[in-house]
Structure formats: C-alpha cells, structure tokens
Design a protein around this ligand. Structure first.
Ligand code: F6P
Length: 353
C-alpha cells in the first residue's frame, strides 16, 4: 500500500503554492495527458495504432499514428484549464491556438509528444518531453513568445514509457522522479532530488555518424574507445538506445554523457535535436540535477532561439565530461589542439610512450 507517500499532485501543489498555483494546475493536466499516453503505448500492438500515419510532420519526418495520438492527448488535456496562452509541438508547424471557448492564461507549453517514436513498434522505451515558459501577461500567444532562451523555463520534464512509466520534473528547485502506480493511477515520488554523478565512464553517441563529426568530438570518442591504454587511462562503456528520453533517464540514474553533436551530414541542420522541446527541457533537468548541458561551444540554456523547430547540437550529462568536450571544442576553434591531432602525436606516434 502506498498511502501517505508523496503524489505528484501533492508535490506540485506544495512547490507552486501561492502565486504559481496555475503552474501547479497545468502540471497536473500534463500528468493526466502522460497517463493517457502511457496507457496507449503500454498496449503495444494491441492498440491497433502501430505503423505510420499518412502525413509527415513539419520536419519532413514520417509521422507514426502514435505520434499523432500522443499530440492530441496533450492538446486536449491541457487546452481547457485557463493557464495557457498557447502551445507548440514537434508535430505542428505553427503554435496551437487555445480555442475561444476556453479562458487563456500566461503560460506556454512546448512539447515533443512522443520522442524516440521509431522505437515504439519495437517495444523499446519512448517518452514525452515538455517545457513551460511564462509570459508577463495573459492572452493569445504569438510565435515570438515561444522564442525565449531555456534559462527562462519555469518548469520542464519528461515522461518515460518503459517497464515502468515515470515522470521526471523540475520546477526550478531540483530534479525529481515519480513512478506511476498503475493500480491507483497516481504518480508517486520515488526519486527525490536526483543527482548526476560528476564523473562517468559511460558515453552515448550514434557512432554511425562518426565520419561527419567535428574533430573535437572525434578526438573525445577516440580517447574513450582507446580505454585503459589510451590517454584517459580508463575503459569506457558505450550505450545507444536512439531514444533521448531513455538516454537522459539513464544518465540521471547513474551518470554518463549523451552526445548528438554538430555534424556535416546535412549542412542545413546544425544538429539533430530540437532546441525548444528536446534540448532545453533536458538541459534544465540535467543542470538542476548537478550535471551540465552544452552545445560544445556554450550552455544550451543560453542559446537565443530564432525558430520554433530550430535544431541544436547537444552534449549533456556528467559535468566533468561535458566540460572536457567544451575544452576540446575550444582547443579546436583556437588551433590549440593541433599537436594532439597531428599524425606525429596520433596513436602510433614516434613521440608517444
Ligand atoms: O528525434 C529525436 C530522436 O529520436 C532522439 O530521441 C534520439 O536520441 C535520436 O533522435 C536518435 O537519432 P538516430 O536515429 O540518428 O540515432
């Protein structure tokens, strides 16, 4: 029996009591949407919603039927309550207008309804990611209202639909994890004040893109792969789930570093992940847990967005490794790493002992 444990509702009411009580109400609606999506995803092939929808999304990516449904779930659960000035979603080209039947508030909800959905048909963890911004006044949001740096987020979180469904949340004072008790339908606080270990020996990157990475990332990964006999003097482990939510969750639980860096695979895209509804909320959660989140050349939360669906390079996780990668980018940009990348100093160098 879980009587007396802290539920998500109790937690957000306590955290947002007073002037932010509308934020608490909004988070409870987000949690309700997440429970609907969890129920749908949990049915797997029995839901009848496997496979692709007819359309592609704004990014030109094939939409899965489950992406479309998850998007609907969040819109319907959150549009009515009077807290929102507008919503923006990975699945919608333009911001979603709150219907005139409902009152409008001052918050903006930005979300990726089903991240990693390529994994949904193969029964691997997927998730929903969200970010909440606040305007100074209530009313109908315009596109420009959403283009605020991640530092201005008032709350951020994700749900992971894995063996257990969890909701991991920050309202600006720590990162906290809640596990869905399927019998009672409550999210129970099971992971208060999560801390990312400062050091790690585990990295996550899609190495099939190695030839497209910039030299500082190639250098970092080569050093990890060299293991105990290389300059790091330690063996590293690698993981790649291709579901950012699952990768970030693992890092919050036991440390690690996740990279989807800048590459030149498609020069039109300076990274794969989206700033407003993937990178920013994850960066806030990771920073609130004592980790770091960078583009390689600066803090993700300080990037000034120029477009709703803007992409950004992402390097996040255990602080020491993120800082090392920032240093490698700096050394590359200033030319200070030339001795290290020179063939004379490469692995089989005459000068290496
Ligand atoms: O859309 C984002 C995403 O699905 C992330 O969840 C994941 O980290 C990444 O794309 C996987 O990309 P790739 O298919 O290139 O490994």
């Amino acid at each position: 029996m879980l009587f007396g444990r802290t539920t998500l509702s109790k937690f957000v009411i306590e955290q947002t009591r007073g002037q932010h009580s509308e934020l608490g109400a909004l988070l409870i609606d987000v949690a309700a949407a997440v429970k609907s999506i969890s129920a749908l995803v949990g049915k797997g092939a029995l839901s009848g919603f496997s496979g692709y929808a007819a359309a592609t999304n704004v990014q030109g990516e094939a939409q899965k039927k489950i992406d479309v449904l998850a998007n609907e779930a969040i819109l319907r659960h959150c549009e009515w309550g009077g807290q929102l000035a507008g919503m923006a979603s990975e699945e919608l080209e333009a911001p979603y207008r709150i219907p005139d039947d409902y009152p409008r508030g001052r918050y903006l909800l930005v979300f990726d309804p089903l991240d990693g959905s390529s994994n949904s048909d193969v029964n691997v963890s997927v998730g929903s990611i969200f970010s909440i911004l606040a305007r100074s006044t209530a009313g109908e949001a315009q596109k420009a209202d959403f283009l605020r740096p991640g530092l201005e987020q008032v709350a951020a979180g994700y749900a992971i639909y894995g063996p257990a469904t969890m909701l991991v949340l920050t309202v600006g004072s720590g990162t906290h994890g809640f596990t869905l008790d399927r019998e009672s339908g409550n999210f129970i606080l099971t992971h208060p004040d999560i801390r990312v270990p400062v050091e790690t020996r585990e990295f996550a990157i899609n190495t099939s893109n190695e030839r497209f990475w910039e030299p500082p990332v190639q250098r970092y990964v080569a050093e990890c792969k060299a293991g105990r006999s290389g300059i790091r003097g330690a063996d590293f482990n690698m993981r790649w789930i291709a579901s950012m939510v699952a990768e970030v969750h693992r890092i919050l639980m036991r440390g690690g570093i996740f990279m989807y860096p800048k590459d030149h695979k498609d020069p039109a895209k300076p990274g794969r992940l989206r700033l407003l509804y993937e990178a920013n909320p994850m960066a806030m959660l990771i920073e609130q847990a004592g980790g770091a989140a960078s583009t390689g050349r600066g803090r993700i939360l300080e990037v000034a967005p120029e477009a709703l669906h803007q992409r950004v390079p992402v390097i996040l996780g255990s602080r020491e490794e993120v800082e090392r990668l920032e240093r490698y980018h700096h050394e590359y940009d200033t030319g200070a790493d030339r001795p290290f990348v020179s063939p004379l100093f490469a692995e089989r160098s005459l000068f290496r002992d």
